[in-house]
Design a protein around this ligand. Sequence first.
Ligand code: NAP
Length: 273
Amino acid sequence: MKRAFVIGHPIAHSRSPLIHGHWIDTYRVGGSYEAIDVAPAALPDFFERLKGGEFVGGNVTIPHKEQVVALVDELDPLAEEIGAVNTLVLRDAGVRGFNTDYMGFLGNLDQNAPGWDLGLDEVVVLGAGGASRAILVALKSRAVGKIHLLNRTVGKAEDLAIELGGPIACGGLDEFAARAGGARLIVNTSSVGMKDTRFEGLDLSVVPADAVVTDLVYVPLVTPLLADARQRGLRTVDGLGMLLHQAVPGFEAWFGVRPEVTPELRALVEATL
Ligand code: NAP
């Protein structure tokens, strides 16, 4: 039987076993998917198990996404550019690391806001942490004219912009009103919105009426940013779809079937939030 996993520390909160378990049942692939708590010091030993053939691959979550970059035998070019790995696949040549957050972000918007990238000139990205890297690389792949990268700590945004290159202009969150007037996509990649937090003084009234607002935070599903955007009549896309879509390429690589993100799967995961 083909076995796959998600490793993290802690790992109990992960919804990945629910997502992959649903697909394993739906497509009858005769595999398994389990959550395994691996502390950072135990990561090299876990890789030996993986290379030994115990698993076909798996997912990697916090806090290991950056550390595994140095442990894989091969790195997908996108994962290399992003600097983080969330999906591992065992191949003849060894373990290959991918970053599917990139595809999850694009797949979510393509499914839930069709046409979002047509003639897209300006975008505002809030947050410059780990998740922001995949989003910036994804946006560059859709030939966005200009990305305004706004972060609480401006220096971190500037470091990221230098590292990734491309049309990225940096600023603080207090520059939102001055920067967002031409932005037809607003993306929150920061953790603001979780645990009753919200952006203070983010004025969505300056945003064009046909803009899409999306949030990577999915607990709560409707963050204060999305609620505000909806109240203003803007199109919104929540972060749960990204979580579901990022799981697709891994399942396909391990079990040989490209799974679908269906309303049934979404309802299953939504019930756990
Ligand atoms: P991270 O590396 O810790 O980065 C956190 C970011 O949030 C930084 O830009 C940080 O700004 C900012 N921030 C934190 N508290 C803030 C506050 N009070 N005010 C303003 N900015 C604040 O985290 P991450 O890995 O990038 O993850 C960010 C969020 O994305 C998490 O909620 C995570 O669950 C979510 N996520 C969702 C998906 C999905 O599939 N939907 C995938 C990946 C991540 P500073 O630089 O100033 O500290």
